[in-house]
Design a protein around this ligand. Structure first.
Ligand code: ADP
Ligand code: MG
Length: 617
């Protein structure tokens, strides 16, 4: 007799569980996605001990009849795909028919479901049905997964702390809520509510529930369309950034996916409006024919293959860039010290204009601060942040029992419209200089403080960016003393490989014996007196990145050159020099931030100043 046998279904389910069910968050994902596929408008998730003790998901979807309820635990049982043709037109989140089978095989599961006509109650242990009887008639499904991994101790050992596992689930629920604003979600952990959305289809409300009203108000909507794709969503203003890329959530036809190139397109859209290594908060929705999006890449379905990718990336980058450019504005004076000023005085965080209903705003502000302080202390302590949850994502949600969805909704509705008005660079009149560092300039509505160093960096950056963008062979100048460079053999190899890229930015290397190079000339516009340092820095840059990307190298070169000789702090300028600086700044593409993304100027409105002096209320 041969040795090969078809393995029994129970064993193969357990093996598949290793692939699909990695941790409590993966169980939540599969169960909630099933609830979404079932057409639910309300989905509640209850966790005990981050889901390791119990995960319960209750939905109000279509439910199942008795036969379906019993078969749903078999491997490859699915109501979502019937033939091969369907595989290329996937509209549901699930389709492999393995989740329930896998989860049931590694837990003690209870399923209560009803399609409104009959009700079914099933209990399983390790994938085997132990109880089966009629159940209540409430339409929808209620699944409890208890003692996850009770029969796979090795898997249980891999679980991190409660906080880490919980962090993964919160992150997941946030994305599911963002991906489905038309569904009302709740997430409760050991009885404490961590997320609540209202299910009214308002993405900004979901953003507020996750990142706080204050941040949600600093996000602007965008929309664009190409031949094959539609994109829409919200992006944060450049002043609201995070240290991790994790706050950019992408959804393709409603499914949350990760896509490196799409993330890159978003970051590129911000260009130099973002500080280095900072990233925006984004909810991006991509819609296109399911034929164009292949989700059948991995069982967890996070990855996706997109057809006509270049067209889509261009659409995303251009739409977001236009949006950002349209709303970019001068940062306003913002007071941080909460304690020193009573909450009622904190109005300026909304940059009010006298038109606003001050009393209403005060009421909101007071509420916000109260809620935030209460919430902060009641949040579970989070240990060292994991990949998916960083400290900053622990912005306390403003939604609590004492501050239900409706309130957050109302607060959002009162967001002043001014965030979406494009602000042209103001015509400023120089008043003077402070500490040899800041220029004071006035206009009709208040005055500005301008960081002279940042201003000059911006001007120079734009100048060099243009120059580096098209190195002209006629604009060369010989060095008085040629520079020689000696490198290790492998480094020399890298430089030889990248010679065209170096030449594109004005560094001309000539071979000079083994592993040595000489530079005899450079573009005449290289910053005077700093030529040698610039050339060395650029070579260094190529050596560290190994394979230079011309676009990035140009950017780095322009930033490098703009920093070199900008007027530093503590440098006194004449009135004429200040006038020239402001005139040049006015010409800049983006006069509002320096190439590192820091603000160049800050606005103090007359109203704000009068408020501080208590001339107005
Ligand atoms: P898949 O989602 O890939 O089809 P699952 O194992 O997750 O596979 O679910 C198997 C089947 O069970 C689904 O196709 C669906 O018909 C049914 N099902 C699971 N969860 C629910 C639910 N919450 N409401 C209604 N039907 C459900
Ligand atoms: Mg499923």
């Amino acid at each position: 007799m041969g040795k090969i046998q078809i393995m029994d279904e129970w064993l193969s389910n357990k093996i598949a569980a290793g692939e699909v069910v990695e941790r409590p968050a993966s169980v939540v994902k599969e169960l909630v996605e099933n609830a979404i596929d079932a057409g639910s408008t309300s989905i509640d998730v209850f966790l005990l001990e981050a889901g390791l003790t119990s995960i319960q998901v209750i939905d109000n979807g279509i439910g199942m009849d008795e036969d379906d309820a019993l078969i749903s635990f078999s491997r490859h049982a699915t109501s979502k795909i019937h033939q091969e043709h369907d595989l290329f037109r996937i509209r549901t989140l699930g389709f492999r028919g393995e989740a329930l089978a896998s989860i049931a095989s590694v837990s003690k599961m209870t399923l209560i479901t009803s399609n409104g006509e009959s009700g079914t109650y099933v209990e399983l242990e390790g994938g085997h049905v132990t109880t089966h009887k009629p159940g209540p008639l409430r339409k929808g499904t209620d699944i409890t997964v208890a003692q996850l991994f009770f029969n796979t101790p090795a898997r249980l050992k891999y679980m991190k702390t409660i906080q880490t596992e919980l962090g993964h689930t919160i992150d997941l629920m946030n994305r599911l809520a963002l991906g489905n604003p038309q569904i009302a979600f709740r997430l409760l952990h050991n009885g404490q509510q961590l997320l609540q959305t209202n299910g009214r289809g308002d993405v900004q409300q979901v953003l507020a529930a996750i990142y706080g009203v204050h941040n949600a108000k600093k996000m602007v909507s965008f929309q664009g369309e190409s031949h094959d794709y539609k994109v829409s969503g919200f992006v944060s203003l450049p002043e609201v950034t995070r240290a991790s890329k994790n706050y950019m959530s992408l959804f393709v036809n409603g499914r949350w996916v990760k896509h490196y190139l799409v993330q890159k397109a978003i970051v590129d859209a911000y260009h130099t409006y973002l500080p280095i290594e900072r990233f925006p908060i984004v909810a991006l929705y991509i819609e296109g024919d399911p034929y164009l999006t292949d989700v059948n890449v991995h069982p967890a379905k996070h990855q996706i293959r997109l057809s006509k990718e270049p067209e889509l990336l261009k659409l995303i980058e251009e739409t977001i860039r236009e949006t950002i450019r349209g709303v970019i504005r001068v940062p306003q004076m913002e007071k941080k010290e909460k304690a020193a000023i009573p909450a009622t005085e904190q109005l300026n965080i909304w940059k009010p204009t006298p038109k606003l209903d001050v009393e209403k705003m005060n009421a909101i502000v007071e509420k916000l601060y109260d809620v935030q302080t209460v919430q902060e202390s009641s949040l579970p302590p989070i240990e060292k942040p994991q990949v998916t949850v960083t400290e900053e994502s622990w912005q306390p949600s403003l939604l609590t029992a004492s501050n239900p969805v409706e309130n957050v909704q109302k607060e959002l509705e009162q967001v002043p419209e001014q965030e979406t008005i494009k602000e042209p660079f103001p015509a400023l009149e120089v008043v003077g200089q402070i500490h040899g560092t800041y220029i004071v300039a006035q206009m009709e509505d208040g005055f500005y403080l301008i960081d002279q160093h940042a201003a000059q960096e911006r001007i120079k950056y734009e100048f060099f960016r243009e120059k580096v963008g098209q190195v002209n062979p006629n604009e060369r100048q010989a060095l008085l003393l040629p520079l020689t460079f000696h490198y290790a053999a492998d480094e020399a190899l890298i430089l030889r490989e990248n010679r065209p890229e170096l030449e594109a930015i004005g560094v001309f290397l000539e071979e000079f014996g083994q592993s040595s190079f000489v530079v005899r000339e450079h573009p005449s516009w290289f910053p005077k007196g700093e030529e040698q340092e610039i050339i060395e820095d650029l070579i260094e840059q190529v050596l560290t990145t190994k394979k230079a990307d011309v676009k990035k190298l140009r950017e780095a070169a322009a930033i490098m050159m703009s920093c070199k000789k900008s007027i530093k702090a503590n440098h006194y300028l004449t009135k004429e020099q200040m006038d020239v600086l402001l005139q040049d700044l006015r010409q800049a593409d983006n006069p509002f931030t320096c190439p590192h993304g820091r603000p160049v100027l800050i606005h103090f409105t007359t109203y704000e100043v009068e408020k501080m002096f208590k001339r107005v209320m």
